[in-house]
Design a protein around this ligand. Structure first.
Ligand code: SF4
Length: 470
């Protein structure tokens, strides 16, 4: 699966399953878009017609471009298959019925009266109420009882305004901590607040017990105060900003999120992000309003071009600030291609034994025993990294021969190849023309056993190659 987009004068192609990002010229960008759906002749014909008037794009250039795209596909960097898909269901099955997180509506009431509130001022169209310790305790017990083998459990104190029931929040956290050891669980708490009730006590408690705090601020004062008002209709900006600043400073500027909402009043929400930055906040998030159709805050079709342009300008601002040494985080742009949220990508991005064992631990925590195919994926990721360190461009097992091909720029100790071959006692051969090593092996004919044997053999050969050639 690929995703193509143009930004800042670049033609960008993201290959989703391999995590590769390609920056290409316009002709390649166009050709990639049709590459998988049409025959080679048709692709070339259409491209030649399209670029007929372009002196700098000759028919020969287009032929070469096609071959380069095909080579990228062959090397698994473009249109890479989704190896994880068939296993994803098996992992999901293992977690069916397992509860790993709770959002506790600790206060069905609020001390603000935001007109765009999706929760009807915290009441969710019901009566105002706060959760008792007993109900919260039962919720935590339920979470523990239904969390299976999952060790890390997440609880978000949410509302309305959770600090209107702060004593119960404290009691529940104390209770959760008291049962962690006995059940071999670890609670991770988040507090989402509008900020009005933050004081030194809350700051100290939050910094001790909350892994994350989510702070609601809409950015510019006039934007924030338009919707986020108290019951007297007075905007909350002036009251909450100093409190947020104090809390964030006490947390060392980390483990928090400033969360803003953009509406029809501010589709140009980048200005609000700039305001948050000016106030000293750097962990930011901005979400579109959720409201009933026809609500005055509702985003309209006409807002869409402005909203889309804001995301692009935001990316540019992030780059600028990064260069200036003043980076900031935007929640929806937290995409780490190597270690992104998708398990497959994270497995594919494993760089060493430590990361591999961390991943194993996480998978076991989330899903219990790791299925064999996923375990093999972990091993293959490590092999890929080792092969890369050895400047190998390809490793292939075919017809009972394992072939290790060196890349053109391989910077290995070639003078030690004879010693390596000797170590393998005749089972390994080196072919200078083509720069590859070959090792013979015997299949037993049982697919699973052969696969396991091949993995183990490749691991041991790469280890020996590392000892001799690096
Ligand atoms: S602070 Fe949150 S819960 Fe309270 S009224 Fe505003 S949006 Fe609703």
């Amino acid at each position: 699966m690929i995703h193509q987009y143009q930004l800042g004068g670049y033609n960008i192609v993201l290959d989703v399953c391999s995590g590769s990002v390609h920056v290409v010229d316009e002709a390649a960008y166009d050709m990639i878009a049709m590459f998988e759906d049409k025959e080679k002749e048709i692709v070339l014909q259409e491209m030649k017609e399209k670029y007929a008037g372009h002196e700098d794009v000759t028919p020969q250039d287009l032929e070469e471009c096609y071959e380069q795209i095909a080579a990228l596909k062959d090397s698994g960097k473009l249109f890479a298959p989704d190896h994880f898909e068939p296993m994803a269901g098996r992992l999901k099955e293992k977690t069916a019925g397992v509860v790993k997180a709770l959002c506790l509506h600790i206060a069905h009431t609020c001390n603000l009266n935001c007109s765009y509130c999706f929760a009807s001022q915290g009441k969710y169209h019901g009566d105002r109420a706060v959760m008792s310790f007993e109900v919260g305790k039962q919720a935590l017990d339920f979470l523990v009882a239904n969390s299976g083998s999952r060790k890390n459990l997440e609880v978000d104190f949410f509302g309305g305004e959770p600090l209107m029931n702060f004593d119960v929040v404290r009691e529940l956290v104390a209770y959760a901590r008291s049962i962690e050891k006995e059940h071999n669980k670890k609670f991770r708490f988040t507090l989402t607040t509008n900020g009005l009730l933050i004081d030194d006590d809350v700051i100290e408690f939050a910094n001790q017990e909350m892994s994350n705090v989510v702070l609601s601020l809409d950015g510019r004062k006039e934007i924030h105060d338009r919707f986020r008002v108290d019951y007297a209709g007075i905007g909350s900006f002036e009251q909450i900003v100093p409190k947020f600043q104090k809390l964030v400073a006490a947390r060392g500027g980390k483990n928090y999120y400033m969360r803003g909402t953009f509406t029809h009043a501010n589709p140009d929400f980048l200005e609000d992000i700039k305001q948050m930055l000016a106030l000293g906040f750097t962990e930011l998030s901005m979400e579109p309003v959720v409201c009933a159709p026809g609500d005055p805050s509702e985003l309209t079709e006409e807002d869409l071009p402005v909203v889309l342009s804001q995301y692009e300008k935001l990316a540019e601002l992030m780059l600028e600030r990064e260069k200036e040494g003043k980076p900031f985080t935007f929640y929806h742009y937290m995409i780490d291609l190597g270690h992104g949220p998708c398990i497959y990508k994270r497995i594919a991005g494993i760089e060493d034994e430590t990361e591999c064992s961390d991943m194993r631990e996480e998978l076991t925590d989330r899903f219990g025993d790791i299925p064999r195919p996923v375990e093999n994926l972990l091993r293959i990721s490590l092999l890929r990294k080792q092969a890369h360190d050895l400047f190998l461009s390809d490793v292939q097992g075919k017809n009972e021969v394992l072939t290790f091909t060196f890349a053109g720029h391989a910077d290995v100790r070639a003078e030690r190849i004879p010693a390596l071959l000797q170590d393998f006692g005749g089972r390994m051969a080196f072919y200078a023309k083509g720069a590859y090593l070959q090792h013979r092996y015997k299949k037993c004919g049982v697919v699973e056993k052969d696969g396991e044997m091949l993995l183990t053999l490749t691991e041991s050969i790469l280890e020996r190659m590392r000892q001799y050639l690096l």
